[in-house]
Design a protein around this ligand. Structure first.
Ligand code: ADP
Ligand code: MG
Length: 370
């Protein structure tokens, strides 16, 4: 029997909805999700993160150092809880892949960088397991965007010989992986399409006592405002050619207010929610061309109104969740970071230059030995 290698993946995206934590067994190539948990981020830490990520934040380096330490502890706690709750023999785990919490992603310009926090030394120290972190920097150093990184994993695992597939991840931001039929001569590509749940979460939090629009019900109760939608779609990011990646630094409520002005507050808030959901759907569907099958993962999979709008805009594409391909849509990204850790541990490359724009394939991540 082929040996199985075990890795832990830790992922916390821009939604700040919790730390996705998975134990994955890799048998040759195929990953099997053994167990998973989501570790909540306490409200005080979440508040500090939201404040720090805000474009007008004025804080000190000490604040950043403290966040790095608190996040490192949070990730370590989640990995330890996964191990303890499932009576896992730690010595069987080869390594942990930790994405870190993105504070700022600025991959273009004179000084490109992507900043993830969550001290990996603390994770290695507390778990006693080799930890691999800082996956994005090397790709950026090689001229890439450092993002998105999951397409390499999608390509390895989810390509089909004669179907053109797209894998769509709807997190705080949305990204797609375009997987042409593997028998064709086209290569895989992918990029961030723009907003995912991020604007939806921010708008509903401002108007209702909840952090997200369950099933998209509130948006569905409103009416799409075509004028506002068209103004939002005029954002330059949408017409940039890939490689491209983005984050909360751009798509936030300040962006919305700057584009719409007072009109934003004169409309019914549920109409704005409907319009923002349409913005997410449209900015995704505009990029899905000549695609037989679209598979969705990330929290947005559960927004049935968003999925309904995607189906409306893509009538000729079969749309389902990645569960159909054997990967639970809620854990795709965390599983991908377990895979990226495996790649690094085995001295294998983890980026797709056709996606990130890097000069070449690179081994990603920094290793913190057990
Ligand atoms: N039942 C649901 N209905 C609508 N939206 C949902 C539902 N469940 C999760 N979400 C959305 O998914 C988001 C989390 O998605 P996730 O993929 O974890 O994003 P990130 O990678 O940014 O953390 C939540 O903030 C929420 O907006
Ligand atoms: Mg999340």
């Amino acid at each position: 029997m082929a040996k199985i290698y075990y890795y832990i993946g830790l992922m916390s995206g821009t939604s700040l909805d919790g730390v996705d934590t998975v134990l994955v067994g890799f048998d040759q190539l195929k990953p099997t999700l053994i167990t998973s948990r989501i570790h909540s981020i306490d409200p005080d830490l979440r508040e500090s993160l939201l404040k720090t990520i805000h474009p007008e934040w004025q804080g000190s380096l000490a604040d950043v150092g403290i966040l790095n330490q608190r996040l490192g502890k949070l990730f370590a706690d989640s990995a330890c809880a996964l191990i303890k709750d499932n009576n896992i023999d730690k010595s069987a785990i080869t390594a942990i892949g930790s994405h870190g919490q993105t504070l700022w992603h600025q991959p273009i310009g004179k000084n490109p960088f992507s900043l993830q926090l969550g001290d990996a030394s603390i994770i290695a120290e507390q778990t006693g397991i080799t930890t691999i972190a800082d996956f994005r920097s090397r790709d950026i150093a090689a001229g890439g965007q450092g993002a998105p990184l999951v397409p390499a994993f999608h390509k390895e695992l989810l390509s089909h010989p004669d179907k053109n597939r797209v894998i769509l991840n709807v997190g705080g931001i949305s990204n797609i992986t375009i997987l042409p039929a593997s028998d064709s001569s086209k290569s895989a590509s992918g990029f961030d399409t723009g907003p995912g749940n991020g604007l939806l979460d921010a708008w509903i939090a401002k108007h209702q006592a909840t952090s997200y629009d369950k099933n998209g019900d509130w948006a569905k109760s409103g009416t799409i405002n075509e004028n506002i939608l068209n103004t939002l779609l005029s954002e330059a990011y949408f017409s940039l050619h890939p490689p491209k990646s983005t984050g909360k630094e751009l798509f936030n409520l300040t962006w919305l207010e700057n584009l719409i002005g007072n009109k934003l507050h004169q409309e019914k808030p549920e109409d704005i929610q409907a319009t923002l959901t349409e913005l997410t759907a449209k900015s995704i569907s505009d990029n899905v061309i000549d695609c037989d099958e679209l598979y969705v993962c990330g929290g947005g999979t559960h927004n049935s109104y968003l999925i309904e709008r995607l189906k409306y805009h893509l009538p000729d594409t079969e749309i389902g969740s990645t569960a159909k391909l054997g990967i639970d849509p809620d854990w795709m990204e965390a599983i991908a970071f377990a895979w990226l850790a495996k790649q690094a541990h085995e001295n294998k490359t983890g980026n797709l230059p056709s996606v990130t724009g890097a000069k070449g394939k690179r081994i990603l991540g920094a290793i913190y030995p057990a």
